[in-house]
Each structure stands twice: as structure tokens, then as C-alpha cells.
Design a protein around this ligand. Structure first.
Ligand code: SOE
Length: 406
């Protein structure tokens, strides 16, 4: 990998302002920090300022992650002249307000997934993005797994017709951090902050991946959701991450209601008639962050496992039966998506590279004046599937159509 120093020929700066600095803030910071050292870009992202409510914590985060300034009010961050792009890494309850304000202030926006906590919010965001588009601004949702090179490559193979007509899409995303009934009541377990539970957090990723890879929308779902542990110990102070802050919640602490799902299981139909099966859970003991998928078409199949993210399994069903079968493609060649900028073949990438790739794609779209993908409309499409899942689950798995996004 070639390292580039800034010099007189460097591309013009693109000031980035980030709101939030927990897990996703750290991951996005890493992407912004190194993207112009890896990829040739039309603009050079500059880490201008980061915002968070706690003055001490946000200053520490700015220093740790390389941001030039810290603000304690996101409105002040949006108002800064050195910020042209606002990156939203906060819980879902503030996405709509911040994104709409940033777009109205003339800034480009990157917003973490899920786009919002409700369809109404997501619709308002998509409308604001559409108006901003006419002014030359872009808005993108952070579905980072699209940027795993093996999954970008899978999309390419499917679009080229290597799988033929699709019949099945099977995706599951499993974690286990809620197995302990004494894991505390963090914001991720409160509907007012998170919108939903495993469904919005993990289900949003797999619905987006299914629609992205298949190149078509989910048009209806039948779902079951469950909250297995309905009360958990309250926290003494707010927490941002997945891990329980040490010493803050004990078995004896007063308990409060969990208002989101622990798991969601649903089937769906794609527009072409392909059948899809989805599972999202935070209760799958032993599974830390396992995202697996398999897609079967009349000409072949693809399979992927995030725990082996440099690999894609491909079966070509037109090969003679005696020698056909799934074979492993190591997705580290220069011809594979994003790989031309990284290491020689066989030198693998990881989770964090998806955030560099996301930053790259967004900056390229801004430079070219094109629509980035996934757009806020794509985010709205996912949000409508999530809403249909919740409605279907309330009706004990009655098939529920998903409202189309034109
Ligand atoms: C938490 O479950 C989480 O951090 C998600 O919010 C991310 O989107 C996912 O990539 C990893 O797990």
C-alpha cells in the first residue's frame, strides 16, 4: 500500500464533522483517518470536529481518534464553516433531527443504520435528502457490510447473472450479549432510544444485504419476535456500548422493563418471487457477531460467513455434477472490489476496513456529483421492511406486505 503525504498537489479538503464517539464513532473515525492514505480521492477528508454532550469525554475522544476540535452541541458542529459533511453516529432517536438539520444547513450527510426509529422519521429524512440533492448535496446510510469486498463481489456476480434467477436468500445475524439475564438495561434495550432491538440493530443489516445482493426489494414478510428477558437491572449511568459498564449494574439493582425484541425470525418474498429467510438474535449463546448468508439461483449459489470475511463460496450449477460443488474464492485479488488499493494477494482485510471503504465511496460520490449508495431511500426501504416485520409479529406472523418506495 502506497502512503500519500499531503502536498501542494493534494486534492481540496472536505471537512468532516462527526456526532457521537462510542463504538460506531470510533469505527467511522478510523475510516476517515486513513481513507485518503489508501485510495486516490477527488477530495481529502479532514477530521474537523466531533460532537458529544459530555465535555470531558468528547475532548478525550477527539484526541484519541484524531479530531481537530470538539463541540458539546451538535448544532454548533453543523454550523461550523470547516464542516461540509456531517457523520451521524448517535443512537437512532436523534438521527432524523440531526440529519434534517444538517441537510437544511447545506451539508452532506452520512447516517448510521438503521436510518431512523420509525417509518415517519425515515420518510422525513428521505424527503430532506431529495430536496438537498437538488442543491448538489448527498446523503448516505452506513450499511457498512455492503463494503466487505467479498459481499461487494457477490453483488457483482449476481448482477452479471452468474446465479441466474434467484430462488432463495437466507441470512442470519447472531450475537449473544443478552444471554445473561443480569446484563443491564442500556439504551439499546429501550424503544424510545433504539426504536427496536435485534430487529433494527441486526435485522436492518440483513434486510439491506438481501435487497442489495439480490438487487430487488422484499415485498412482504411473516414474522415472529420475542423478548425473552423482560426486565433487566437499571444502570446507574448511561452507557453507549455493548459491554456492561463495570460495577454499574448488579444482580440486586432495581429492574426496569425491556421494551424491544431480543430476537426476530421472519420469512419474506422478494419482488421476483424468490423466498427469503431471516434471523436476528442477541440470544444465540456462543455467537459473538456471526453474519451468514446463502443465496441459491438456478445457475449457482453463493455463501458467506462474516467470521471468514475474506472468503466467498461459489457453486456453479452448470458444471458437471461429478466435479461441481462449492469452492472457496479468496477475495484478496486486485480485481476484487476495493482490493487494488490494499495489500498483495492473500494479505487479508477485516471488519474495520468496511468503514474505510464506506468513506471512500461517499467521497467519490461527492466528488463526482453522483448519488451514493445506499441512499436515504434505501434506508427507508429497510425501515419499511422492519415496520412490516413488527406488524406481522403483532398479528402472530400474518403475511404483511411492505409499502413500496417509488
Ligand atoms: C451492535 O449489535 C452492533 O454494534 C451493531 O449496532 C452494528 O451495526 C454491528 O455491525 C455490530 O453489532
Amino acid at each position: 500500500m502506497e502512503q500519500r503525504d499531503s502536498d501542494a498537489t493534494a486534492p481540496p479538503a472536505l471537512g468532516v464533522g462527526m456526532v457521537g464517539y462510542a463504538f460506531m464513532g470510533a469505527a467511522h473515525s478510523q475510516g476517515w483517518r486513513n481513507v485518503s492514505r489508501v485510495f486516490d480521492l477527488p477530495l481529502r477528508p479532514v477530521l474537523a470536529a466531533i460532537a458529544g454532550r459530555d465535555a470531558g469525554a468528547v475532548s478525550a475522544a477527539a484526541q484519541r481518534h484524531g479530531w481537530a476540535a470538539a463541540e458539546t452541541d451538535w448544532r454548533a458542529l453543523i454550523a461550523r464553516d470547516d464542516v461540509q459533511l456531517v457523520d451521524i453516529c448517535t443512537p437512532g432517536d436523534s438521527h432524523a433531527e440531526i440529519a434534517i438539520a444538517a441537510l437544511e444547513a447545506g451539508k452532506h450527510v452520512l447516517c448510521e443504520k438503521p436510518l431512523a426509529n420509525s417509518v415517519a422519521e425515515a420518510e422525513a429524512m428521505a424527503t430532506a435528502a431529495e430536496a438537498a440533492r437538488a442543491r448538489g448535496q448527498v446523503a448516505m446510510v452506513g450499511f457498512n457490510y455492503r463494503r466487505v469486498p467479498a459481499l461487494s463481489y457477490a453483488r457483482r456476480l449476481i448482477a452479471e447473472g452468474r446465479l441466474g434467477t434467484l430462488r432463495h436468500v437466507r441470512v442470519s445475524y447472531l450475537q449473544d450479549w443478552l444471554v445473561d439475564p443480569d446484563f443491564p438495561l442500556t439504551w439499546r434495550l429501550e424503544r424510545e432510544h433504539a426504536g427496536s432491538g435485534a430487529l433494527g440493530d441486526l435485522g436492518a443489516h440483513i434486510v439491506d444485504l438481501a435487497q442489495y445482493l439480490a438487487g430487488e426489494p422484499v415485498v412482504g414478510v411473516s414474522a415472529q419476535t420475542e423478548t425473552f428477558v423482560r426486565e433487566r437491572p437499571r444502570l446507574a449511568a448511561a452507557s453507549a456500548g455493548l459491554a456492561a459498564p463495570s460495577g454499574q449494574a448488579a444482580t440486586g439493582a432495581p429492574r426496569g422493563p425491556v421494551t424491544v425484541d431480543d430476537a426476530a425470525v421472519f420469512t419474506g418474498r422478494l419482488a421476483s418471487g424468490a423466498l427469503a429467510a431471516f434471523e436476528a438474535s442477541r440470544m444465540a449463546s456462543g455467537r459473538k457477531n456471526q453474519l451468514r448468508l446463502e443465496i441459491n439461483g438456478e445457475r449457482g449459489s453463493l455463501a458467506f460467513d462474516l467470521e471468514r470475511l475474506n472468503e466467498l463460496s461459489f457453486h456453479d450449477h452448470r458444471e458437471p455434477a461429478a466435479t461441481a460443488g462449492f469452492r472457496r474464492i479468496l477475495v484478496t485479488e486486485a480485481e476484487h472490489p476495493y482490493l487494488e488499493a490494499w495489500w498483495p494477494p492473500g494479505h487479508t482485510l477485516g471488519y474495520e476496513h468496511t468503514f474505510t471503504h464506506q468513506a471512500r465511496d461517499l467521497v467519490v460520490a461527492i466528488g463526482a456529483g453522483t448519488d451514493p449508495s445506499p441512499s436515504f431511500d434505501d434506508g427507508l426501504r429497510v425501515q419499511r421492511v422492519l415496520a412490516a416485520v413488527e406488524e406481522s409479529a403483532r398479528k402472530n406472523a400474518v403475511y404483511t406486505p411492505v409499502q413500496e418506495v417509488p
